[in-house]
Design a protein around this ligand. Structure first.
Ligand SMILES: [Zn+2]
Length: 290
């Protein structure tokens, strides 16, 4: 059993969580008449059971969202999952490597463009088609949703399905790095924006489909607010380094998650500093004077 799953089963207060048995890798998994998923064989603490690469049909073929892995078997499975339909675009929700890596190899093989937010956060990557908030591409609407990454977008179908990348996931909270890569403030604004779309289904880049859309979004926002409160409550009155604060706030942290926890904490402290609730002193942080 994966650690997040074990956690979900003993933590009913996290009602937003959804889990699934590990799905097979490299297999076309139908989600609806027009949407299929192929899970990449890259499981891990940050990717869960692996990256979901989504195929979404449109009038002239289909798109592949987040090819994820350079593994030829995964790329073969994506082409096979198109079922003879022409793949017209590769689209990235953001440029983290577990989403980006298969994009160039797959696009080169198919002779199609790679599309992503116009201001890429990855210096080594520039999209062939730079997307802006509100653009329409292959029957999908682009929603700019920074927070987890500065170049993160969600993609909305005409019938109320949103492909959420790493912005909303049901198996785990998303990692939010500090500026310039991420922002807790932007993440919360992006969550509000997503909620106002009144989607009927969310399809994340890791983990199962999310049907209880509002519960999931509200739960994730509440989790962030609670995390912020607990950070504030445990903030030292004298300056402490990030590592010292990580040790006092996060307990029983698996080594593979420590780096992510430290980045998350740093991002939260940036927001709390903007809110004038904590202050930074060189490399150290402390609670703001009352
Ligand atoms: Zn990511």
């Amino acid at each position: 059993m994966s650690a997040p799953l074990a956690e979900a089963m003993k933590a009913p207060r996290n009602g937003w969580r959804v889990s699934e048995p590990p799905p097979p890798h490299g297999v076309s998994l139908p989600q609806s008449a027009t949407i299929r998923r192929v899970v990449a064989n890259n499981p891990g603490p940050m990717t869960g059971n692996g990256t979901n690469s989504w195929l979404v049909e449109h009038d002239d073929g289909c798109v592949v969202i987040d090819p994820g892995s350079t593994d030829p078997a995964h790329l073969d499975a994506l082409v096979a999952a198109a079922g003879g339909r022409r793949i017209t675009h590769v689209i990235l929700t953001h440029t983290h490597h577990d989403h980006l890596d298969g994009a160039r190899p797959l696009a080169a093989r198919l002779g199609v463009p790679v599309c992503g937010f116009h201001a890429s956060a990855e210096p080594e990557f520039t999209p062939d088609i730079g997307l802006h908030d509100g653009d329409a591409i292959a029957g999908l609407r682009v929603l700019y949703t920074p927070g987890h990454a500065s170049d993160h977008i969600c993609l909305e179908t005409a019938d109320g399905v949103i492909l959420t990348g790493d912005h909303v996931m049901g198996w785990s909270t998303t990692m939010i790095p500090p500026a310039p890569y991420g922002s807790v403030r932007q993440f919360l604004a992006s969550m509000q924006r997503l909620r106002e779309r009144h989607a009927r289904l969310l399809l994340p880049a890791h983990g199962p489909a999310i049907t209880r859309v509002d519960d999931c979004i509200d739960g994730l926002v509440a989790h962030r607010r609670a995390r912020e409160d607990s950070i504030l409550a445990l903030m030292p009155a004298v300056p402490r380094t990030l590592d010292e604060i990580v040790d006092s706030i996060y307990h029983n942290l698996r080594p593979g998650l420590r780096r992510a926890a430290r980045l998350n904490l740093h991002a939260h402290l940036e927001k709390l500093a903007e809110d004038e609730k904590v202050v930074a002193q060189g490399e150290c942080w402390m609670t703001a004077a009352p």
